[in-house]
Write a protein that binds this ligand. Structure first.
Ligand code: SAM
Length: 298
């Protein structure tokens, strides 16, 4: 347990998809004056170096954020512009040295005056310590709290929030096979406690039945609860061009596809992603198997 470190994967294609979707949701939910609670059940370290040993060993950001930053899109979709702005926001000196994890993607969009709150949970001893230190730099006071607790369990006590407005990001590492079932159980329980909350789940698309079942089971849950849902996937496909720096050899067999499943998505999310996903694929797609999908229901 706990061999997963997000630092190896920070800024990869899966982070690009996840964080772009996340920004689209938070930006919409912060339009209404009532306070918003955001819960990040698996928060990671918050901020990552793109030039440290982790990032250099994996090289994953090269096929994600670094490629997107270098791309020359004639007319970038607004969701892509917002996402790049979030990444630039933690790189004030100009050079791209840091990558914002979900806490640092969410927090700048929250409002002090509206009393929005961000509750972060991270179990890994080193990452939770790093998260506390990174969050301290934000000087966000009571707006942001960090706890070294099981995010699945901690969420129960937070729903429903007093303001009746919440976004929950569920982004486990799926290091343990039981995470797949936990995600579904967590959504089932959360929808009972607070059926109008917005829930965003990231999952890997890998040849494993439990992973394959995640969107199918979440669709069933949302449909049974009579709630709308949205499902976006991005597959960058296999590398086709020669790999001059030998990155592929140094890597573990890499993840090439992932999905975001959102229950009670803002109505603005689907049009935003319809514009952004084809552009993401154009820039990040590599070869055989590259694809993007966007479906919704409810
Ligand atoms: N959400 C982060 C982001 O987008 O920047 C990345 C999170 S990473 C995919 C998953 C994290 O969950 C890891 O840092 C891992 O240590 C942590 N973790 C694993 N099981 C957990 C649990 N039950 N509760 C809270 N954190 C957990």
């Amino acid at each position: 347990m706990f061999s997963y470190r997000h630092a190896f994967h920070a800024g990869n294609h899966a982070d690009v998809l996840k964080h772009l979707v996340l920004i689209g949701i938070v930006k919409h939910l912060t339009q209404k004056p009532a306070p918003l609670l955001v819960v990040d059940t698996h928060a990671g370290a918050g901020l990552y170096r793109l030039d440290d040993d982790y990032a250099r060993t994996s090289g994953e950001a090269a096929d994600g954020i670094l490629k997107l930053v270098d791309a020359t899109l004639a007319e970038p979709a607004p969701a892509i512009t917002d996402y790049l702005e979030a990444v630039r926001g933690v790189n004030r000196s100009g050079a791209l040295k840091l990558y914002p994890g979900s806490p640092f993607v969410i927090q700048p969009l929250l409002r002090q005056e509206a009393r929005d709150r961000l509750k972060l949970f991270e179990l890994h001893p080193t990452d939770s310590q790093a998260l506390v230190a990174h969050v301290a730099q934000l000087e966000a006071g009571r707006q942001v709290s960090v706890a070294r607790q099981d995010g699945f369990e901690a969420l129960k006590a937070l729903l429903p929030p007093p303001s009746r407005r919440a976004l929950v990001l569920i982004d486990p590492s799926y290091e343990i096979k039981s995470d797949y079932a936990k995600v579904v159980a967590c959504l089932q329980d959360s929808l009972k406690r607070f059926s109008t909350g917005t829930y965003a789940v990231w999952y890997p698309i890998i040849p494993r039945p439990e992973a394959h079942d995640v969107p199918r089971r979440l669709k069933t849950l949302a449909n049974q609860a009579g709630k709308p849902w949205l499902h976006a996937t991005l597959a960058i496909g296999q590398r086709e061009e020669p790999d001059p720096v030998g990155l592929e050899e140094r890597r573990r067999p890499g993840l090439t596809a992932s999905g975001m499943f959102v229950i009670n998505p803002p109505h603005t999310l689907k049009p935003a992603l319809s514009a952004a996903l084809p552009q993401l694929l154009e820039v990040l797609g590599r070869g055989r198997g590259k694809a993007q999908t966007l479906e919704s229901g409810g």
